[in-house]
Design a binder for this molecule. Structure first.
Ligand code: TXA
Ligand code: MG
Length: 333
């Protein structure tokens, strides 16, 4: 299969056409690029799993054309309705009791469905044109870093999908926050751009450790191929001579130490967590492609958006059942 790249506004019509004829398309959202298809057609959803090499046990997020679709696919309680009013369209996914119209393949046979309404203008044009919900996981092969540009999508899925709609870089650069809503309680299944602090204003946030986890948030997720060591706050690391080490810097390690690194990527020169989140995956990809022996990442502050960044770094550092850093594997389901 030849993978073609198209750009908005001309490419929007073709993207809608592909969706309408049961094809897959990669397209931008404000978080990361998604691999989208008709959410109500099980055969199309099967193609999504196939293109990504994704296990069928890992359910898909359903993107809605507008909030009016919420009641058609899920059963929102009053708290879910309040969250939708506050954060939609935007980078929040809610896991809610499902309705029967949602294919079992989408929910992996569970009695819940994950729903989100994206704020990306190009995504909105496409889904409005299509007029139906779009199932869209991140447009990477299973277990790999999510794409934040059309070029990243090509690197992941070239030859496996017919069309990529190039809408530029994704603003947030991290996947949406996923919350499970039960009664007046929320559990964060995946940290993301909508922070725990923001969510706490709406309901009781239960610690995510106990109980349900998003099936796809396995410890080894978001992994570069090169081994990654995450430093403790304020920890320094001097590469042993003869090894090619890359640094994913937050505050930096000082000119003298950094000179010993083969490659240095800065998440944000001004110390801005939003900028750091938006740069994270592209920087990890560049380091992963630089032919290094290992990558060393500095910690970022754990509050607000920093919680989501640290979560991704810990997962990226965990491989082959062995965390490269220390501590327990994060959020193993
Ligand atoms: O920002 C995002 O959320 C992006 C864009 C494209 O929307 N999508 C995304 O999808 O990150 P994906 O499939 O890569 O990650 C969705 C996560 C998976 O870990 C999956 O297991 C979990 O959501 N999930 C989906 N449905 C679920 C459900 N019913 N219950 C619990 N977790 C669910
Ligand atoms: Mg993903």
């Amino acid at each position: 299969m030849v993978t073609r790249l198209v750009v908005p506004p001309e490419g929007v019509g073709e993207t809608v056409g592909h969706l309408s004829s049961g094809e897959l398309v990669a397209l931008p959202t404000e978080t990361v690029y998604g691999l989208g298809g008709n959410a109500l057609d099980p055969l199309v959803c099967a193609k999504i799993f196939e293109a990504k090499d994704r296990p069928l046990s890992d359910p898909l997020i359903v993107h809605l054309p507008d909030s009016g679709w919420l009641d058609r696919l899920a059963c929102p309680n009053p708290l879910a309705t309040r969250l939708a009013e506050a954060f939609w369209p935007g980078p929040l996914t809610m896991v809610l009791p499902r309705r029967a119209d949602v294919p079992d393949l989408v929910t992996a046979g569970q009695d819940t469905v994950a729903v989100r309404w994206s704020a990306h203008p190009v995504f909105q044009q496409v889904i409005t044109g299509f007029g139906r919900p779009i199932a869209a996981p991140s447009a990477n092969r299973f277990g790999r870093i999510s794409p934040t540009t059309a070029e990243h999508v090509r690197a992941e899925l070239d030859g496996r999908i017919p069309l990529i709609l190039d809408g530029g870089s994704c603003r947030h650069g991290l996947e949406s926050t996923i919350v499970l809503v039960r009664g007046e309680e929320l559990s964060i299944l995946r940290h993301g751009p909508v922070t725990e602090e923001q969510l706490a204003a709406f309901g009781n946030v239960k610690p995510s450790a106990g109980g349900v986890a998003a099936p796809g948030t396995m410890a080894s997720h978001y992994a570069p191929r090169t081994g990654l060591l995450v430093l403790a706050p304020e920890q320094t690391y001097v590469p042993t001579s003869g090894t090619r080490t890359g640094l994913l810097a937050w505050k930096g390690l000082g000119a003298e130490t950094e000179a010993k690194y083969a490659s240095v990527e800065r998440l944000s020169a001004s110390g801005d967590l939003r900028e750091a989140a938006a740069n994270l995956y592209a920087a990890l990809r560049r380091l992963d492609e630089a032919g290094l022996d290992q990558i060393v990442a500095q910690s970022v502050p754990g509050q607000g958006l920093g919680a989501a960044i640290m979560d991704r770094l810990r997962r990226a550092s965990y491989r082959d059942g062995n965390p490269n850093g220390e501590g327990e594997p994060p959020g193993e389901p």
